[in-house]
Design a binder for this molecule. Structure first.
Ligand code: DGL
Length: 269
């Protein structure tokens, strides 16, 4: 089991921002990454549709022998992680928008949360806000269209900038000095978002925190069984890439986002 890969998936290429942190923290692990780019975005889909996609991808990843599955997508976590945990016996690690650290960091007492419509309307986020916001005001902002810009590799095009300006304006007007990047696609837009909102505003994502959580679960500190699942190979692990969209698209745009050439295969139907 220790040599088995960690399965990772997202509605598309966004989860690569989480994978990047995991590869850095857990260099000896093997990973299988699935981009559901053929069905991206998840943000406007129903819970039932998202659950159906996550089930198909989970079955595929388990077929590849995954020892743990990371749902590297906030929207899929909100819609489906409870269903997956109830119906599969393997472990799942999901995303949680960085509301808690944002509340600890704000000086103005106002935090902005950028996420998909589905994430913002989910009960999970409301519970998180109820639990941690205290006297801090939380302004939420849905961002339709942004994942598609990342999928197209448009990290600083005029069209992407217009969307970022539109979505961050109400947060700036409300006095937010910390913004939560509540979708795994947004860290790829961090330089552009920072440029638009100015250097004083702090941007938080949870990729590094998820990587730490995965490390803890593998070490046996987070699972029910407490079994040590860490890879025991001496050399570096690798990543296998799959896409439900065109593998060529993943190779072209994904390689740009990853910073190294990647070879992608089609996700079998
Ligand atoms: N990457 C997904 C997330 O973290 C969002 C993109 C989508 O709408 O599919 O929420």
């Amino acid at each position: 089991m220790n040599d088995a890969p960690i399965g990772v998936f997202d509605s598309g290429l966004g989860g690569m921002s989480v994978l990047r942190e995991m590869v850095q923290r857990l260099p000896h692990e093997n990973f299988v990454y699935v981009a559901d780019s053929g069905h991206c975005p998840y943000g406007g889909k129903s819970q039932q549709q998202i659950i159906a996609r996550t089930v198909a991808i989970t079955d595929f990843l388990l077929g590849r022998g995954a020892k743990l599955i990371v749902v590297a997508c906030n929207t899929a976590t909100v819609a489906a992680v409870e269903y997956l945990r109830a119906n599969y016996s393997n472990g799942f690690v999901g995303m949680e928008p960085a509301v808690k650290p944002a509340v600890a960091l704000t000086r103005s007492g106002v935090v902005g949360v950028l996420a998909t419509v589905a994430t913002l309307s989910g009960e999970k986020l409301h519970k998180l806000i109820d639990r941690h916001a205290g006297s801090v005001r939380i302004i939420t902002q849905p961002c339709p269209g942004l994942p598609e810009r990342v999928e197209a590799g448009e990290l600083d095009s005029a069209e992407t900038r217009i969307l970022v300006e539109r979505y961050t304006a109400p947060l700036l007007a409300g006095g937010a000095d910390v913004m939560v990047l509540g979708s795994t696609h947004y860290p790829f837009l961090r330089p552009l978002i920072q440029q638009v909102v100015g250097g004083e505003v702090k941007l938080l994502d949870t990729g590094a925190a998820v990587a730490r959580r995965v490390e803890g679960v593998l070490a046996g500190n987070g699972g029910a069984g407490g079994e040590d699942l860490r890879a025991d190979r001496v050399g570096r692990g690798g990543v296998e890439w799959f896409s439900s969209g065109a593998p060529q698209h993943m190779q072209t745009i994904g390689s740009r986002l990853w910073g190294l050439p990647i070879v992608a295969s089609a996700l079998p139907n």
